[in-house]
Design a protein around this ligand. Structure first.
Ligand code: 6R9
Length: 647
């Protein structure tokens, strides 16, 4: 390792911060030594209907994995995000919405958002929705998406947001898995000047989803759409008839709040289930301390609400804190590569949170699109979704932040509900590329392949030894899969699936996934999902998919495909297969490179040796390691010789 430059905490940051360095260590120690006292105190940040008397009740033992927080308390998440703010900040902006078209924006106050949510909640009830129902949300980045989530929370229905970039089949699978009875969507979305046919996709999905009784449609573009009367209802008509004051249901802290599907190393995406009390507290508290949010700050997270980052850090965390949260419909390079910074200037954004893939893409456009803007409102920058390489970190710091803004590199997962490893801007000296230290109550452990805990400076697999309030509770409908996936590899601990290094200062450096999950532009993809899509093509016999380093996306998708005997490996077929996967799963799953493989490297027992395929894809064929267990070594020579050039 070359010498790492450390960036000390700036005086500005530490003076205004909720937490300075000594307070961090003091609070961290308390949170670990006495979690009940620590979280019992923190839990008071929320408004409870019936206060809790129990705080933490969690076991990671494989024969009894059970996670409960504040289990005897009751509350409502939508009440905490809206009603409780009305007296003090009813007329304050809750959401600043910036449209895809730079000419379109609006501000929605807490009072207005409250009414939007109450009306939709009432409308959903009039359609028969009740506590515990699953409602799927397939929406563009418009305020109605956030309102739909909160409306579900208000009546105790469990929302499942499906990213608007997913295909009809992916949407249908997710609806079927949780057996949703209502789908909320829009006629069309708008991204980078192009229309996204959401209702059309929803219609195709619903053709295979008899469980859906109603489809609520927001009019976004006014484009032509299909309509099934009796099933489909306009959002504006439904809301117009409903009460502006629908009461918030009393929910137990452990009642489910939402399901969010995410990719794993095997099988179909799993429904990560989060519950009400612990999740809301953890997202609110991390939002406040990690972004050092103070009243009046303008905060912008560029994620989509279809991902967990959008759930925790556009909707629940900020709104529970009474913050101003900016929601952006568009993309970073439309109309041009200055868009992010123009939006920062226009709305005087103070805190900006984005993904390394966006930084790298903008970095390629040079400094001019950034430097032509002012950005003097910016105070803090954040990063999430994948490891940020030190070059991108430095560019973000120097060019975007004018060396003035600390960067919080936040490590977390859909499963963790909120940020687990991160700097706090007033407390943590920064090292580019390191997520630095654990948040309060978080106890990381790095283990070797046998599960032996490693001490001091070390590298291995990242686990957590104890629960935190935002942790997922189960896989919807499949608790056994939850236990298997997260608690069986290293019994007694939660295994993250990430590799990690700890340096001599106790800083954590995430090295990336150690399982068969790849991270493409900050989006998680299971290699198994792409493989099963490829083998479903009538000309494909076998497929193996791995990640390879990609300049912009972080990782690209590299597919080795074996065709059925007699099929010709043509350029046309290659394109067809890319389109096939794109249509089947969604654009984010399109393979970047497809290599024709006459055979795949397998062990004698028939297991594909992915380690070898990864090395070839990484262009590191001189380093294939032990190949003595291969059934047919000549297969590898062919693959090495015909490796695709990186496009
Ligand atoms: C929030 C989110 C989770 C996976 C995670 C890890 C990677 C996220 C990171 C990071 C290095 C960071 N990841 N943040 N790696 N540094 N700051 O992204 O959730 O979509 O579930 O992805 O993303 O590999 O395991 P999710």
């Amino acid at each position: 390792m070359s010498e790492v430059k450390t960036y000390p905490v700036s005086t500005n940051a530490s003076q205004r911060a909720w937490i300075d360095e000594s307070k961090y260590f003091e609070m961290y120690e308390k949170s670990i030594k006495n979690p009940d006292a620590f979280w019992g105190e923190q839990g008071k940040q929320l408004d409870w209907i019936k206060p809790y008397t129990k705080v933490k009740n969690a076991s990671f033992e494989p024969d009894n994995v059970s996670i409960k927080w504040f289990e005897d308390g009751t509350l409502n998440a939508s009440y905490n995000c809206l009603d409780r703010h009305l007296a003090e900040r009813g007329d304050q902006t809750a959401i600043i919405w910036e449209g895809d078209d730079p000419g379109e924006d609006k501000k929605i106050t807490y009072r207005e958002l409250h009414e939007m949510v109450c009306r939709l909640a009432g409308g959903l009830k009039s359609l028969g929705a009740k506590k515990g129902d699953r409602i799927t949300i397939y929406m563009p980045m418009i305020p109605e998406a956030a309102a739909a989530m909160l409306a579900c929370a208000r009546i105790g229905a469990i929302h499942s947001v499906v990213f608007g970039g997913f295909s009809p089949d992916s949407l249908a699978n997710r609806i079927q898995d949780c057996d949703s009875n209502i789908l909320i969507t829009a006629d069309e979305g708008l991204r980078g000047g192009r229309k996204v046919p959401l209702k059309k996709n929803a219609d195709a999905a619903m053709a295979n989803c008899p469980s859906i009784k109603h489809c609520v449609v927001v009019k976004r573009t006014g484009g032509d759409i299909g309509w099934q009367s009796g099933r489909d209802v306009w959002h504006h008509e439904l809301c117009a008839q409903a009460s502006p004051d629908t009461p918030a249901a009393e929910m137990s802290a452990e009642d489910p709040l939402f399901i969010l599907y995410t990719s794993g190393s095997t099988g179909k995406p799993k429904g990560v289930l989060h519950t009400t009390g612990g999740y809301l507290l953890f997202s609110a508290m991390t939002h406040k301390y990690v972004f050092d949010y103070h009243d009046g700050d303008i905060y912008w997270c560029t994620a989509d609400v279809g991902w967990v980052t959008g759930h925790s850090y556009i909707v629940y965390g900020p709104l529970a804190n009474g913050a101003v949260t900016l929601m952006f419909e568009g993309v970073p390079n439309y109309p041009d590569a200055s868009r992010f910074w123009q939006v920062c200037d226009k709305h005087k954004v103070n805190i900006f949170y984005t993904a390394p893939t966006a930084i790298r893409a903008l970095m390629r456009e040079g400094e001019e699109p950034v430097k032509s803007t002012d950005r003097s409102s910016l105070r803090l920058l954040g990063s999430v979704g994948e490891p940020i390489n030190p070059e991108a970190w430095k560019w973000y710091h120097e060019v975007v932040g004018d060396e003035r803004c600390p960067i919080v590199d936040t490590w977390w997962q859909t499963e963790t509900g909120g940020i687990l490893i991160t700097p706090l801007p007033g407390a943590t000296p920064l090292k580019p590329g390191s997520a630095t230290r654990p948040f309060f109550g978080v106890q990381p452990q790095i283990v070797d392949a046998d599960g032996k805990p490693l001490e001091g400076a070390c590298e291995g697999n990242l686990c957590m030894t104890t629960s935190w309030p935002g942790q997922m509770r189960t896989v919807f409908g499949d608790h056994e899969r939850f236990v298997q996936t997260y608690f069986s590899t290293y019994p007694g601990r939660y295994f993250t699936g990430d590799g990690c290094r700890r340096d001599e200062d106790g800083y954590y450096w995430i090295t990336g996934r150690v399982d068969d999950v790849i991270n493409v532009s900050g989006h998680r993809m299971g290699t198994a999902e792409v493989e099963s899509s490829l083998v479903a093509h009538p000309k494909v016999s076998e497929a193996a998919v791995v990640g390879y380093p990609h300049d912009i996306k972080g990782q690209g998708i590299y597919a080795y495909v074996t065709l059925l005997v007699g099929e010709e490996p043509t350029e046309e077929l290659r394109k067809e297969l890319v389109q096939w996967v794109r249509k089947d799963i969604g654009p984010i799953a399109s393979p970047d490179l497809i290599q024709w493989a006459p055979g795949l490297p397998k062990t004698r027992s028939g297991k594909i040796m992915r380690r070898i395929l990864r090395k070839i894809a990484e262009n590191d064929a001189s380093n294939l390691g032990d190949t003595s267990t291969l059934a047919d070594p000549s297969v590898v020579a062919d693959l090495v010789e015909n490796r695709m050039n990186q496009g």
